[in-house]
Design a protein around this ligand. Structure first.
Ligand SMILES: C[S@@+](CC[C@H](N)C(=O)[O-])C[C@H]1O[C@@H](n2cnc3c(N)ncnc32)[C@H](O)[C@@H]1O
Length: 274
């Protein structure tokens, strides 16, 4: 029996995003705090990783389901929820492009922070998010912004200059950071533009080591950066990529000491009234 590899799943199972997520917990909590989460709200966190937003939402009393394509992150999320005694927070594997295991109109709030943007077939993703949200509910997405001068857009930009060109038909995840694309994709799911609002927001990466040590975490554990280093190694340019990333992280570090790292990164917060 042959099994087909899903490259999207393989990319995120390759490393261990939990290691990066450790630096994003405070911003995750701060974001969840402004979402008006109340007890018993039914929340879906899509592309949830190990629960940076799912866990604080559950702490506020919501019933949270985290769905992620990466099995290792689903396991890590369930382990976190269990160790925190959060019986109202569970994680399962699933693909944001096809949520057929979830019923229509199941959630009051669908949250996807730098999650669903990485799924292929963005029009299907928008349809699925709308389908599982009950009428009167909300979708909140956090999407990195293409060509933004801050951290994540620059990591992805630098990385892509070392990688081979993407396969034909590939839609960059960063296109979710462009308002017109978001409007078009939700229009395809039947949501009018006036139901969609946009805010520019900031996530801060906080790490207790120097910026170069955070680069090392990305190199060892963040799938897209791991792939970039593999591509760079194939053309003998690993050291150039390392130098470029270290220069970027150092330049963006807002910490008063060079032995710690605090890097703010801009993103587009999208709120959709369903
Ligand atoms: C940058 S991480 C963000 C994780 C989490 N939302 C957070 O804020 O820590 C992207 C996440 O999206 C997940 N992902 C990528 N493609 C997906 C897909 N097609 N369906 C569901 N999750 C996906 C990855 O496995 C990964 O956990």
């Amino acid at each position: 029996m042959s099994t087909t590899i899903n490259p999207n799943k393989a990319l995120w199972e390759k490393g261990d995003f939990s290691r990066i997520a450790e630096s994003m917990r405070e911003s995750g909590e701060a974001l969840v705090a402004i979402l008006g989460i109340t007890e018993e709200l039914e929340v879906l966190d899509l592309g949830c990783g190990d629960g940076t937003t799912a866990v604080p939402a559950a702490r506020l009393g919501a019933n949270v389901l985290g769905v992620d394509i990466a099995r290792n992150l689903v396991e890590a999320g369930n382990a976190r929820a269990q160790s925190l005694g959060l019986a109202n927070c569970r994680f399962q594997e699933g693909d944001a492009s096809d949520l057929s295991e979830l019923e229509d109109d199941s959630f009051d709030l669908v949250v996807s922070i730098f999650g669903a943007m990485f799924a292929p077939k963005p029009f299907d993703v928008a349809k699925e998010m709308v389908r599982v949200t009950r009428p009167g509910g909300r979708i909140v997405m956090g999407n990195w912004i293409p060509n933004d001068p801050t951290l994540v857009a620059q990591i992805l930009k630098i990385s892509s200059s070392y990688a081979p060109p993407p396969p034909e038909g590939f839609v960059s995840p960063m296109t979710w950071g462009v308002e017109e694309n978001v409007i078009e994709r939700f229009a395809g799911a039947g949501v009018p533009a006036e139901n969609i609002s946009f805010e520019r927001d900031t996530y801060t990466f906080d790490f207790s080591g120097a910026p170069s040590e955070l680069v090392a975490e990305f190199r060892a554990y963040y799938g897209p950066t791991m792939n970039a280093f593999e591509a760079a190694a194939a053309s003998g340019r690993e050291a150039d990529l390392q130098t470029e990333l270290e220069a970027l992280f150092n330049a963006q570090n807002a910490s008063p000491t060079e032995h710690a790292t605090s890097i703010p990164a801009a993103f587009l917060r999208v709120t959709v009234a369903v």
